[in-house]
Design a protein around this ligand. Structure first.
Ligand code: ADP
Ligand code: MG
Length: 470
């Protein structure tokens, strides 16, 4: 659960200042006007190459046109995607095996801002693992202590029990650091805590504190966890560490983003993640959740964890390039989570790398450089490099040259090479942002919030740090 309000960027749809954001966001999806095209030309490095005032080589122009035709999504396509997301949302609310899973979270209320007390929270599901202690003052303010831990690939892909032991050990380290010196290690073990577990993977949730993992995503494959109640796995690991912690809530990061922003902004109706992965949770009427089991009396709304990363796995509406297919075939579960692969931080850099390697092999890019071991290494092109390359405003793209030389060990690039590389980054990044916008537009339309307005919480390094993404 991300509870520090400063960590959020919000999109406001609707009245007042929201109208501006709404019109901008929707224009990109529904009907880009001449004005919005002009704004993009002023902002986007992709289009900036066209106003560099240097003559473009015709081979470069031809290459850029060829790449653009593969990555650019037409307005018609974006509208079709948005509509299909709404169709799949409705189907996912009715059946268990929809293309978008639409998982009931069993979160039936949003915070009022009057909740108080200190709680532990864990954030697992991507690049970093975080242990947090959050204190609510009951008048709308939350403060947070947190510690980040890196999860090694060996832990992500090893034994499931060892993964949960690692988590419990991290919690113990956090508690000893923050409470041990004052209260002594014994008290760390005896003090009773309530903990919220933010576990950002698809879960079949049967109550607020019970849910079994449906499938691992984002590079996790730890054994003996799929099909098992992850709250019990965590609770057992705490027992092995002699920690007196009750795991009282299981949510994912989208739900956490939504409810923690709602603590201070009650008009929050959706939470979107654009980080290692991509996903969205939103507020649905219980009456619309046909597949919901159990009693419904007195329940008006429930948050739905969409798991939109699985949208269009049948590959019907979104045109994909051969590089998208190549990336997909190297994942642990080919043919699944393909929407996430087109959007999220874990994958964008890898698409760029695959395009570069291909063009280098045909001699259209980096003709004077030798392809380095790094450039040939899967996932070695970090999405953060794309941010740095798109932020490079030097006349000779010197920052891009540094990334090529220092990070990717590719000396000898020409300015044309670097311009093409920047164009590839812009194409892949823009496609991601437009697809994410299709998702947000679909959710806001599904909730009928377009005219009334609502707040959508956004979290994740891709959204926060990638220039032009917002
Ligand atoms: P998590 O999803 O694990 O909660 P983050 O929200 O920090 O973590 O997202 C991590 C992802 O963001 C990684 O895939 C990383 O490549 C990407 N990322 C990190 N820094 C940047 C950046 N400056 N620009 C674009 N993407 C970034
Ligand atoms: Mg996160």
């Amino acid at each position: 659960m991300q509870l520090d309000e400063t960590q959020f960027e919000t999109f406001v749809f609707g009245v007042g200042i929201g109208i501006g954001a709404c019109v901008l966001a929707m224009a990109a999806v529904v009907r880009p006007s001449k004005a919005s095209a002009t704004q993009r030309a002023a902002k986007e490095p992709l289009l900036k190459t066209a106003v560099h005032r240097e003559p473009l080589l015709s081979t470069e122009e031809r290459l850029v046109a060829r790449l653009s035709s593969q990555f650019n999504l037409s307005t018609d396509t974006l509208v079709r995607i948005q509509r299909q997301i709404i169709v799949d949302m409705k189907r996912g609310l009715a059946v268990d095996n929809g293309a978008i899973k639409m998982l009931p979270t069993h979160v039936t209320h949003r915070p009022k801002g009057t909740e108080r007390g200190s709680y532990l929270a864990l954030d697992l599901g991507g690049t970093n693992f975080r242990v947090c202690e959050v204190t609510f003052d009951g008048v709308g303010n939350a403060s947070m202590l947190q510690k980040k831990f890196k999860i090694e690939d060996a832990v992500k892909t090893g034994d499931g029990e060892a993964l949960f032991d690692f988590i419990a050990e991290c919690v113990k380290i956090f508690l000893v650091e923050n409470h041990g010196s004052q209260e002594g290690a014994k008290l760390v073990e005896s003090r009773k805590w309530q903990l919220g577990f933010c576990f950002s993977f698809p879960v079949n949730q049967v109550s607020i504190d019970e849910g079994s993992l449906l499938v691992w995503t984002k590079g996790f494959t730890a054994s003996n966890v799929v099909g098992v109640n992850v709250v019990k796995l965590l609770q057992d690991a705490f027992k092995r560490q002699n920690l007196n912690i009750a795991v009282s809530a299981l949510v994912n990061d989208t739900t956490g983003t939504l409810i923690s922003l709602a603590y201070t902004k009650p008009n929050t109706y959706a939470g979107v993640i654009l980080g290692t992965g991509s996903n969205c949770a939103y507020v649905e009427k219980v009456a619309n959740i046909e597949k919901l089991h159990g009693p419904r009396e007195g329940l008006d709304e429930m948050l739905i964890n969409m798991e939109w990363g699985g949208f269009d796995d049948a590959q019907v509406v979104i045109p994909r390039t051969k590089w998208d297919h190549a990336l997909d075939s190297n994942t642990p579960t080919p043919g699944t989570w393909t929407f996430e692969q087109l959007i999220s931080g874990m994958y964008l850099g890898e698409v760029v790398r695959l395009v570069c390697v291909d063009l280098a092999e045909t001699g259209e890019l980096f003709a004077k450089c030798k392809l380095s071991k790094e450039m040939r290494t899967i996932y070695a092109f970090d999405t953060a490099y794309m941010s740095a390359i798109e932020s490079d405003h030097t006349h000779d793209l010197a920052d891009t040259k540094s990334i090529l030389e220092d990070k990717l060990h590719m000396p000898g690039s020409t300015l044309v090479d670097r311009r093409i590389l920047r164009t590839i980054c812009a194409l892949v990044g823009t496609r991601s942002a437009r697809l994410a916008a299709c998702g947000v537009a679909a959710v806001v339309c599904k909730m009928n919030k377009l005219s009334e307005g609502c707040i959508v919480g956004m979290d994740g390094s891709l959204f926060e740090l990638y220039p032009y993404y917002k």
